[in-house]
Each structure stands twice: as structure tokens, then as C-alpha cells.
Design a protein. Structure first.
Length: 127
């Protein structure tokens, strides 16, 4: 992805072992479909150095990388997607970035409480 705010989260904030809500934005319906975890913290995105690659960026070099990535490990697939509409109406998720109008960032932080609520929704242990 090529967004500086998302890059900063991956480079500076995400740590090995952090939980990830996997949000499928191009699914019908859009929503959280499962869990992953960070298994490798932020490192330079080598695709930015490959001329001809769709993520090539001439500004990025091995000596001064512009873009970063993280590695994810699969944790769990939910039996059904937790739709964005459900996230928007669930108490405790009012401030979650993805529920805000116009929020299109591909990588967004969530609080531990938000993570727990969405996980319970996905597992069907919260009504």
C-alpha cells in the first residue's frame, strides 16, 4: 500500500504478536472476516525497488526506503463476516476508525477493547 499514515503504523507501531482484525473491504458485505497476528515487524518494502512492479517507487532505495511492510500469520477465520453495518451499531465501537464516515485507510489501529468486541462478534459469543 502507498499511504504514509499506513506506512508509519507498519514501520513504527505494529509489533510482533499484535493481533490483527482482517477486514475484507472488497467483499460483499465488507467487514471483518477473521484474525491474524504480526509475525514480523515493519521492514522495507522491497517491491518499491523493482522497476516494472506495480509498487515500484523510484524515490525508495535500499539505503533510504520509503515504504514498509509487515508479515502476518493466519490465526482464525470467522464463520461469517462481521459486516461494517454491525460494527457501526455495536456499543463500544463508536470511536473505531473503520466506523467513521470517510475512513478509507487500509491500516488502522484498534484499541484492545475494540479488538475484543469484534473478536466476540466474529466468534458469535456476543449478541
Amino acid at each position: 500500500m502507498r499511504n504514509f499514515q499506513a506506512r508509519n503504523f507498519m514501520r513504527d507501531v505494529m509489533q510482533e504478536g499484535d493481533g490483527v482484525l482482517f477486514y475484507a473491504s472488497n467483499a460483499e458485505p465488507s467487514g471483518v472476516s477473521g484474525l491474524a497476528s504480526i509475525c514480523r515487524t515493519g521492514y522495507p518494502d522491497h517491491y518499491a525497488w523493482q522497476a516494472g512492479h506495480k509498487y515500484f517507487d523510484a524515490r525508495s532505495t535500499e539505503a533510504k526506503p520509503v515504504w514498509y511492510m509487515v508479515d502476518l500469520a493466519f490465526v482464525e477465520r470467522f464463520p461469517a463476516t462481521v459486516p461494517l453495518a454491525t460494527l457501526k451499531k455495536t456499543p463500544g465501537l463508536e470511536e473505531m476508525m473503520v466506523t467513521k464516515k470517510g475512513s478509507r485507510l487500509s491500516v488502522q489501529p484498534v484499541t484492545p477493547a475494540e479488538y475484543d468486541i469484534v473478536t466476540a462478534l466474529g466468534r458469535g459469543t456476543r449478541g
